[in-house]
Ligand binder design. Structure first.
Ligand SMILES: Cc1cc2nc3c(=O)[nH]c(=O)nc-3n(C[C@H](O)[C@H](O)[C@H](O)COP(=O)(O)O)c2cc1C
Length: 188
């Protein structure tokens, strides 16, 4: 099983990474990590978008700019680790998503504008930690879940998250341990 680990944990001492490690341990398989903190990915600007659209328009995906999308489409399971930032996720994850949203590689648009998923993965696991409470749902996860289901064709998405980590006096380890136990007991 090929596991693609999309690591959007920015801080060196990331608590979200603790949850990701528990998921990866439970899953097993061969893990390929995309560490977005080390990557030099840039947001799609006008020049890159025009270049990419022109290539994708004639189904020429030979440029290395499509490598992330190809790896994403080929993975058996995808694990995304992203701290809860500004009610969603760090911008590096959005930049990565721009890279993998390629018509003809991770999804295919019909003439009626309806996407069909082209990703092999049947499961995407998202882990996150938040400083406070995640009111109204984790909007970072919600965004990725809709992309997974509606565009990439990934049927099952799962969220594991720990809240309240920046609440004064909270036992951070105990909070994380509860989520790690949830991960260990889950049916990944
Ligand atoms: C730039 C930034 C934005 C944040 N935004 C939120 C937020 O919207 N809601 C929240 O509950 N915590 C927020 N936090 C706190 C983090 O979610 C929390 O510290 C989390 O555990 C960080 O994960 P990490 O230890 O993996 O880096 C934010 C932290 C940073 C640095």
């Amino acid at each position: 099983m090929n596991v693609l680990f999309v690591n959007a944990c920015v801080r060196e001492e990331s608590r979200t990474k603790v949850l990701a490690d528990a998921v990866l341990k439970k899953l097993g398989g061969t893990v390929t990590e995309v560490n977005l903190n080390d990557s030099d990915l840039q947001p799609l600007n006008r020049e890159h978008l025009n270049y990419r659209s022109e290539r994708a328009g004639r189904r020429d995906y030979s440029d290395p700019m499509f490598d992330h999308a190809k790896a994403f489409a080929a993975a058996d399971v995808i694990v995304v680790a992203a701290p809860y930032w500004d009610l969603s996720y760090p911008a590096v994850l959005k930049i990565y998503i721009e890279q993998v949203m390629v018509d003809g590689l991770t999804f295919l648009f019909s003439e009626q504008g309806i996407p069909t998923g082209l990703c092999k993965a049947q499961k995407l696991i998202y882990v996150s930690t938040a400083g406070g409470k995640v009111y109204g749902g984790n909007m970072g996860y919600d965004n990725v879940k809709v992309l997974a289901e509606a565009f990439w064709g990934i049927k099952e998405t799962m969220l594991f998250q720990t809240e309240d980590l920046d609440v004064w006096g909270v036992d951070i380890k105990a909070q994380l341990d509860k989520t790690v136990a949830e991960i260990e007991q889950s049916n990944l």
